[in-house]
Design a binder for this molecule. Structure first.
Ligand code: HEM
Length: 268
């Protein structure tokens, strides 16, 4: 369908013939005003057209093809693991944004203090901030929960054979998503800059260094040098609050969009 607008149909005349209340008329006139400027109807038609074309190409599940009554498998509990991952992710985004008001990614110490500013901010959140302990706990527990849910979701997809044609691309996208979920967890783990965080950074750095050929380059890029320090904390912070949220949110949207187009695979 082309987006050329024909003027043969005047929506204004059409409205005059109708018996409508003032509210209905106002509502329709508003829609028409918007349509004239934003061509809503044309774009909706295009969207509908594309949607049905895509769906007609998709293989139907056995249940749909033969119109079987038994749709019980739609309700299998393990099929909820993907959605549970999304719920955990939303919870993480909200609690993380709130934690971000109080955290500071600084590995230096304030004058006269021993501990770093990053660590002190975590102590502040835990002990002084109203509901701070709860906020941090929600963020940490949701992170553990998401990693577990994503992993179990992958296992469920594997054992129900849902990765097979035509869903290979979504499986590959899933592999990227689980790796990014782990990277999310790792970069967050480093942020408190306590002993656990520091030595986790050391281990990560050495893992990066051990990669053949590009090891040194990878260590510099991800950790900002060859031993953990202020640049390491800053890089993990930027990854955790700026890069990963945009990338992972977009990939989850594409992942779920593909599920929406293809439908859920039936258990084999
Ligand atoms: C951030 C992580 C992830 C999120 C939020 C997510 C979300 C979802 C959701 C909501 C569904 C709909 C069906 C269901 O819930 O079981 C789904 C389906 C699917 N996911 Fe994921 N997923 C993630 C990671 C993964 C991983 C790690 C894999 C595999 C490596 C994967 C592969 C698939 C496949 C192949 C489907 C289609 C399954 C079917 O049609 O039955 N996903 N995903």
């Amino acid at each position: 369908m082309s987006l050329e607008r024909t003027e043969e149909f005047d929506r204004g005349d059409w409205l005059e013939d109708k018996e409508l209340s003032r509210v209905e008329r106002g509502y329709l006139l508003t829609l028409m005003w918007l349509d004239k400027r934003l061509r809503l109807v044309d774009y909706l038609e295009l969207l509908e057209d594309a949607y049905y074309k895509t769906n007609l190409q998709m293989p139907k599940s056995h249940t749909e093809q033969y119109n079987l009554d038994n749709k019980f498998w739609y309700w299998y509990p393990l099929y909820s693991l993907g959605s549970l991952s999304i719920i955990a992710y939303v919870l993480l985004a909200i609690s993380g944004a709130l934690l971000g008001f109080y955290y500071s990614p600084s590995a230096t110490s304030a004058a006269g203090a021993d501990a770093t500013i990053a660590y002190n901010q975590i102590v502040f959140i835990q002990t002084d901030l109203n509901f701070g302990f709860m906020l941090r706990s929600i963020h940490r527990w949701a992170a553990q929960f998401m990693v577990a849910a994503v992993f179990l979701h992958m296992i469920r997809v594997y054992f129900t054979g849902a990765y097979k044609e035509p869903r290979e691309l979504n499986w590959i996208l899933g592999v990227v998503l689980i790796l990014l979920t782990l990277l999310f967890g790792y970069s967050g783990y480093v942020l408190p800059w306590n002993q656990l965080a520091f030595w986790a950074a050391q281990i990560g750095l050495e893992m990066a260094l051990s990669v053949p050929l590009i090891g040194e380059w990878a260590a510099q890029l991800l950790f900002g040098g060859f031993s953990p320090g202020a640049p390491t904390l800053m890089r993990m912070y930027i990854l955790h609050v700026f890069v990963l949220p945009f990338v992972v949110t977009s990939l989850i949207a594409i992942h779920v969009g593909i599920v929406w187009m293809q439908g859920i695979a039936e258990p084999h």
